[in-house]
Structure formats: C-alpha cells, structure tokens
Ligand binder design. Sequence first.
Ligand SMILES: Nc1nc2c(ncn2[C@@H]2O[C@H](COP(=O)(O)OP(=O)(O)OP(=O)(O)O)[C@@H](O)[C@H]2O)c(=O)[nH]1
Ligand SMILES: [Zn+2]
Length: 193
Amino acid sequence: MNEENLKHIEQLVREILIEIGEDPDREGLIETPKRVAKSLQEITASTTKEEFTEGKMFPTETTGNDQLVSVNNIPFYSMCEHHMLPFFGTVNVGYLPQNGQIIGLSKIPRLVDYVSKKLNVQENITREVADILMEITDAKGVAVVVDARHMCVEMRGVAKNNSVTRTTYFLGAFNEDTQLRTEFLQTLPKVGF
Ligand SMILES: Nc1nc2c(ncn2[C@@H]2O[C@H](COP(=O)(O)OP(=O)(O)OP(=O)(O)O)[C@@H](O)[C@H]2O)c(=O)[nH]1
Ligand SMILES: [Zn+2]
C-alpha cells in the first residue's frame, strides 16, 4: 500500500462516516480517516516469504530427531473476507521431520503472520500454513489446528457470543498414522479465549 492508496482510503473513510450519519469534522473524528487508513495498512501488511524461508532448515546428526514437533498457541489476528471484520485466535502446528531436517522454531509463527495478515477465511489460513510448511520442510507430515472467534458471528448477524470455530488440516503421515494424529491432538492446549 503506497501514499496514494492511503490518501484514497482516507477520502473513502470520510465518505463512510458521512453515510453512517456522523460528522467527520467533529473533534473526535478529525484524525479518524487517517488512522483507519494506517491501521488497514498494518492489518493487511502480509510479510514476505523470505522471513521464514531464509536459513530455515537445520540438518541434525540423526534421523532420531524424526519425532513429532509441535508449536502450539501461536496467536493470530486476521479479517474475514466476507465482512472485513476481525477474527482471531490461535494456530497449533505439528510436523514430523524427515531425514533429521528440522526447521527453526521462530519460522513457524512468522509463517502464521504471513498467511493471516490479509483478508482471509479461517479454513484457508489452516490449509495455507500446512501447505507452505510442507513445501519448505519436506516433512513426512504436517498438522494444523486453528481455533478462532469471529466478530462477524459475535457482534452482528447471528450474534453468538464466545462461539469458537476449530478448523483442522492434516497432510502426509498425519492422515495415515492415527497414533501420530492422536499424539498431536493430545498436545493441543485448552482454548483460552
Ligand atoms: N467458512 C467460513 N465462513 C466464514 C468465515 N468468516 C465468516 N464466515 C461466514 O461467511 C458467511 C457469509 O454469508 P452471507 O450469507 O454471504 O453473508 P451475511 O448475510 O452477512 O451472513 P450472516 O453472517 O449469516 O448474517 C457467514 O455465514 C459468515 O459466518 C470463515 O472464516 N470461514
Ligand atoms: Zn465475516
């Protein structure tokens, strides 16, 4: 998003304020179009793939490391592509390394940021995290579970407060090996939001 985009969004937000019956020149709203433009820029500023693909893999001495690795409770914030309202929650990721190749732990939350900082739906975030992780690690299997609350479900429409949506996506070994899948599912923390 460049300066021209930001200026244009500012004008549009000013028009929205008028259409919803507000006075965009009242004191509390004077800076609002600019703030909204900047916050939209921040919320949708997906990072680049290099943030989690450069220097990502570490070979270890032994394939004895080819055991389940799970990184849970990774927070994310996104906006639904239907209403442009926030949905947020946690991403839980498991993978089964192949040939002792492990990924730097910080790269997984970076991947979650990359996928979630744009207009999206929860199912796509779940699948994209799994597909990209599989692509960059060449793991034997990848599992992703996302728990989220959707403001478009809670504060409007059907208005169901505190309902939590869980989406899951399994690739490779997690589809074939029920024991592995159960082991991963047992690592999932209780939803705390
Ligand atoms: N599957 C899925 N649906 C979502 C997600 N975020 C929002 N939605 C749903 O997208 C749907 C859009 O439905 P529409 O009927 O086109 O829009 P609407 O009239 O605003 O729907 P209501 O929310 O039921 O009032 C709604 O059922 C939302 O709950 C998501 O991440 N995944
Ligand atoms: Zn929505």
